[in-house]
Structures are given as structure tokens and as C-alpha cells.
Design a protein around this ligand. Structure first.
Ligand code: ADP
Length: 168
């Protein structure tokens, strides 16, 4: 029997990712997740060997501001290093949340979900389909358009748009 619920009967979910930067697609998935689970923690991956445009501190700050602006302040933001399965055990969370856009996400997500199940059979991965209007959105396309001077305000929350403009 899986121990998805805490002793108090609550279900805590973790939405891990790079969020480099957060997009409206990420916020859409987080909103769907908090609709279903009692607690949601967005966990920013702190992987020193992966080059990111924004520091962990900047990514956390963008996420916190964006969630507050969307009335989603109930969602906590944290960061972690190393294995997700280990982090989940430390904070006693039983669900991994990931977002799916197109079929192209499937293979990678499938591989990761099965690997995480191998590492931690008690943890379940749950996928949310993004709103169709965000299906084409990715952090990398946002960074590319912003670096070329394009307006990305429809793709990212205001806090992310401001930082992208500043760091062009
Ligand atoms: P990672 O480096 O772990 O893939 P990302 O920040 O790129 O981190 O993505 C985190 C999660 O959010 C992934 O499950 C990804 O598929 C999902 N995601 C990214 N962009 C969107 C979007 N526009 N709509 C829904 N889900 C998305």
C-alpha cells in the first residue's frame, strides 16, 4: 500500500523543474495541482553542473512573485540539490507533479517517472495537461525571443518578464 497521504490524511505534492524562467504554462500546471492536492511545493532544481540563465535565488523570487500575483500564495517554493526522491522523503511528499504539453514531452517524462518509481516505489508521478494556449510554450523559447528583443509578456508572468528585460 502506498503511503501517499501524511498522518493527517493530507496529500503533499512536489512540482519539480528548472523554471528558468517560470512561464504561464508552469503557473497553469501549478494551479491545476493545487486544485487537486492539499499542499503543493514548487521545487527549483539546483544543479550546479547545469548552466541556467537565472540563479536559484532569482528563479525562486520570480516564482514567489508570480504565484502571489495569481492568488496562488498557498503554493510554497523551495529548491533542492541531488535526487528528487531523496528530497521528497525529507519533506514527506508522496506525489510528483509534472506538466505535459505535446507528445514530444512524453518519452522523457515516461523515462523519468519510471526511474523515480524504481528509486522510490511509494512515490507516484501525476501529469497535468496544460491549457492548449500554453502548449507551445517553453522556458528556452522564451529566453530566445527575449534575448532578441521580442515581447514575451504574454508567455511569462510579469515578474519573469521584468527580469528577462533587465538581463537581456
Ligand atoms: P525540467 O528541466 O525539469 O524539464 P522545466 O522547468 O522545463 O524543467 O519544466 C518543468 C515541468 O513543467 C516539466 O514537466 C515540463 O514538461 C512542464 N512544462 C514546461 N512548460 C510547460 C507548459 N507550457 N505547459 C505545461 N507544462 C509545462
Amino acid at each position: 500500500m502506498k503511503k501517499t497521504r501524511s498522518k493527517s490524511g493530507k496529500i503533499k505534492a512536489v512540482y519539480p523543474g528548472s523554471f528558468d524562467p517560470v512561464t504561464r504554462g508552469h503557473i497553469d500546471v501549478a494551479r491545476r495541482a493545487i486544485f487537486v492536492f492539499d499542499e503543493v511545493v514548487i521545487a527549483v532544481i539546483n544543479n550546479p553542473s547545469k548552466k541556467t540563465r537565472f540563479s536559484v535565488g532569482e528563479r525562486i523570487s520570480m516564482l514567489k512573485k508570480s504565484l502571489a500575483a495569481e492568488g496562488l500564495g498557498k503554493i510554497r517554493v523551495d529548491s533542492f540539490e541531488g535526487l528528487l526522491a531523496h528530497y521528497m522523503k525529507t519533506i514527506k511528499a508522496g506525489i510528483i507533479v509534472r506538466g505535459l504539453r505535446a507528445v514530444s514531452d512524453f518519452e522523457y517524462e515516461f523515462q523519468m517517472a519510471l526511474m523515480n518509481r524504481e528509486l522510490a516505489p511509494d512515490i507516484e508521478t501525476v501529469f497535468f495537461m496544460t491549457d492548449a494556449k500554453y502548449a507551445y510554450l517553453s522556458s528556452s523559447i522564451v529566453k530566445e525571443v527575449a534575448s532578441l528583443g521580442g515581447d514575451v509578456s504574454s508567455a511569462v508572468p510579469a515578474a519573469a518578464a521584468a527580469l528577462l528585460r533587465k538581463q537581456k
